[in-house]
Design a protein around this ligand. Structure first.
Ligand SMILES: Nc1ncnc2c1ncn2[C@@H]1O[C@H](COP(=O)(O)OP(=O)(O)OP(=O)(O)O)[C@@H](O)[C@H]1O
Ligand SMILES: [Mg+2]
Length: 252
């Protein structure tokens, strides 16, 4: 197996308080992976350390053949690793379409010196709009394309967030609780979209999600954390039968 993301012996502490310890992960390309574990077990911290928002205290992270250990978020993002947040952060004063188009880094018109010269960026603009139209369709937001993002429902905002990340050309997407607070129908829709994007675009996912009844129907592989360590990994069925996971997280 060739891992897209490899984490070795990763550790993180805050002023001596150990939050992550000896984390090893090998995430395969083109799969949907889920991270579970009790509150405070270190899931968000792990994603933050991998994606560059926090510096690791020890260990290494390799992504797509690059050593990204301790690199800043914008560098990690340039290698094709993007993340969404526990609370979506769209541009609230822009509509859905504008939120998508401005998420791409591929428009030469963004450069100050090019902006007055339309011929330099008009083709980029057309290409981006075509891509935005496709992404809109994919995340089911075509019918609200002109709405301000601040007027979307919680679930639609999560879909917009997913669409914005797709516009960056990411190879791997981290999502922190994409269906928290979302009604069941839309929660299923979001996971169906994730599976479709994974299958059709070969994008790999790592998703933190507590709602196992829904998420477990869609993910390929599950990693269970407890007190800063990975205590189990396997298919959803295997995890449901793992005694350590039952004891720490699922209850009896
Ligand atoms: N910046 C920080 N400074 C100090 N401690 C922190 C910091 N960030 C996180 N922690 C601590 O690290 C531990 C893990 O937190 P983290 O947010 O990663 O957990 P989590 O698994 O994502 O929890 P939840 O399921 O509630 O989202 C907690 O004890 C938290 O208090
Ligand atoms: Mg968290």
């Amino acid at each position: 197996m060739d891992a897209l993301l490899s984490v070795r012996n990763l550790g993180k502490h805050f002023d001596g308080h150990v939050v992550l310890e000896s984390i090893d992960l090998d995430l395969e390309a083109g799969k949907v992976h889920q991270l579970i574990g009790p509150n405070g077990s270190g899931k968000t911290t792990l994603v933050n350390v991998i994606a560059g928002a926090l510096k690791p205290s020890s260990g290494t992270v390799h992504f797509d053949g690059h050593d990204i250990t301790g690199k800043d978020p914008h560098e990690v993002y340039r290698y094709g690793l993007a993340r969404s947040f526990q609370i979506p952060q769209p541009f609230v004063n822009l509509n859905v379409n504008e939120n998508l188009v401005t998420s791409s880094t591929e428009n030469r018109g963004d450069l100050y010196r090019n902006a007055p010269m339309r011929f330099r960026w008009v083709a980029d603009e057309r290409k981006l709009q075509k891509m935005a139209d496709e992404v809109l369709e994919l995340v089911n937001l075509t019918h609200v394309v002109d709405n301000l993002s601040s007027n979307l429902s919680g679930g639609q905002m999560k879909l917009l967030e997913l669409g914005r990340i797709m516009m960056t050309g990411a190879k791997m997407i981290f999502m922190d609780e994409p269906i928290a607070g979302v009604n069941p129908k839309l929660a299923h829709d979001i996971f169906k979209k994730i599976n479709q994007i994974c299958a059709e675009h070969g994008i790999t996912f790592l998703i933190i999600e507590h709602r196992l009844d829904i998420a477990f129907q869609y993910v390929d592989r599950v990693y269970a954390t407890d007190q800063g360590r990975i205590i189990a990994e396997g298919t959803a069925e295997e995890i449901l039968e793992n005694s350590d996971v039952i004891e720490s997280y699922l209850g009896t």
